[in-house]
Ligand binder design. Structure first.
Ligand code: ZN
Ligand code: ZN
Length: 445
């Protein structure tokens, strides 16, 4: 590397830190992808941003960011003159984006009032597609069988002992699993609160969809792609190969079916629960939903443009679904950038996020408050919180969060980082907060 013997390096995110001697170009494809950010453990860096900084240290180096659904920050930089912008108006191979039909599942009444998994129009489209010898991809961003079970009598929901999350039922392994810490529990037959034996399964994961498909289409070849089915060595490649060779008619899966797969014979993509992608308390939720659904839809786009997408939702009028239906990135950008400006979120500010962890709830609350107060005199206007996150306990540690939204002023940000480090040391010097874990994350995603 150092002697310049290699001229091209194809690498994962950490390859940005190799000791280049004469860097000329960094190409960062699908630059919006959140997996460019290393979340855990430290260093919590975004390889895209690191590449931009790193290349600035070399006189001749350029960075090329590629995406059909750029991160809002990136598109902002590209349209305000910070980055150059090249738009490809013609798609490779003249591929057309498929039309998206929205199915209002609120209108479909289920006998047990459970969530609609496969609506009649979707079932019809699957049948019709497979009978034409074409393939189907169904997308649901939850694995397992049933993401939570509820006691029909008192409403009790089985939860993980160590985390503040409900347990997902996995039918094949016949276990309840915590998707946060991985703890497994035997399936429940009795409610811990009232002793009733009647549980209802709410919502659905990929495993349940697969089961329903096998029942509905006994003659179709059905497969599932999620972390549970690709665990073994080569399992992922085998599945992709089978799909490519046309040995699978319907593939149901999580995000995994979205990434980098280009299949020639997919004529139908079903997004089974669009609402599940829109219900997060995160300022990036609409951007993320747009990127994900646009990428999923792309699996059905091809030259002859016979493909189509069916999207199931209970809120068909939602503005974000309307722009997704039109594949209108710029409309999404316009709305979102306005709200970012109004609420002072990136790209207009930079975020420093702190997570406090400790096994005692009162210690973590006092510690986080004391920490926030120590910064308040200087950064009062920029501090949000501290507050409990939506999931406030993981692996038996209680959590508190603090967000600092800073103006894009390099000096101020550097000063703030310094003050944070000082205050972390001060807090951990106090006897009662000695074992509080504090995790800072700059430009949190
Ligand atoms: Zn009960
Ligand atoms: Zn857990």
């Amino acid at each position: 590397m150092k002697n310049g013997e290699l001229s091209i390096v194809l690498g994962a995110r950490s390859s940005v830190f190799l000791p280049y001697s004469n860097l000329g170009l960094v190409i960062c494809d699908e630059e919006y992808d959140t997996s460019f950010k290393q979340q855990d453990p430290a260093p919590r860096y975004n390889a895209r941003d690191a590449a931009i900084f790193y290349s600035s240290l070399f006189k001749q180096a350029n960075v090329l960011l590629g995406s059909a659904t750029p991160a809002l920050e990136t598109y902002h930089n590209a349209t305000t003159g910070k980055y150059g912008l090249v738009e490809l108006m013609q798609r490779y191979g003249d591929v057309h984006l498929p039309p998206i039909d929205i199915i209002d599942t609120k209108k479909i009444i289920q006998k047990d009032r459970s969530k609609v998994m496969l609506s009649p129009p979707l079932i019809e489209a699957i049948t019709e597609t497979v009978e034409r010898n074409k393939q189907v991809i169904l997308f649901q961003n939850r694995r397992g069988y049933s993401p939570y079970q509820v006691c029909q009598v008192c409403g009790w929901i089985p939860q993980c002992k160590y985390c503040d999350v409900s347990l997902t039922y996995h039918k094949f392994s016949n276990k309840l699993i915590c998707h946060y810490c991985g703890t497994t529990y035997p399936p429940l037959t009795t409610c811990a609160a009232c002793g009733s034996h009647n549980f209802m399964q709410r919502n659905f994961g990929t495993e349940k969809i697969e089961e329903q498909l096998l029942e509905q289409f006994p003659n179709f070849r059905i497969a599932r792609m999620d972390v549970d089915t690709v665990r073994g060595k080569n399992a992922h490649d085998v599945l992709i190969q089978q799909f490519e060779q046309g040995r699978i008619d319907v593939l149901v899966g999580t995000q995994m079916v979205v990434k980098g797969l280009d299949f020639d014979h997919v004529d139908l993509v079903g997004i089974l629960d669009a609402d599940g992608l829109l219900h997060f308390a995160d300022f990036r939720v609409n951007e993320r939903a747009f990127q994900l659904m646009e990428q999923v839809s792309g699996r059905a786009g091809r030259r002859e443009s016979t493909g189509k997408v069916l999207l199931q939702t209970i809120q068909p009028q939602s503005p974000i679904l309307q722009v997704i239906q039109r594949h209108d990135y710029k409309a999404m950008y316009k709305t979102e950038i306005e709200s970012r400006k109004q609420f002072f979120y990136p790209p207009f500010s930079r975020l420093i996020h702190l997570t406090f962890k400790h096994k005692m709830k009162d210690i973590i609350e006092r510690g986080a408050n004391e920490f926030a107060n120590s910064l308040r005199t200087k950064y009062g206007n920029y501090i949000v919180g501290p507050a409990e996150p939506v999931i406030n306990r993981i692996r038996n540690l209680h959590l508190m969060e603090l967000l600092i939204k800073l103006p894009r002023d390099g000096k101020l940000i550097a000063q703030c980082k310094q003050d944070i480090l000082t205050q972390i040391a001060v807090l951990r010097n106090e006897r009662s907060f000695k074992s509080v874990v504090i995790v800072p994350d700059v430009d949190v995603l």
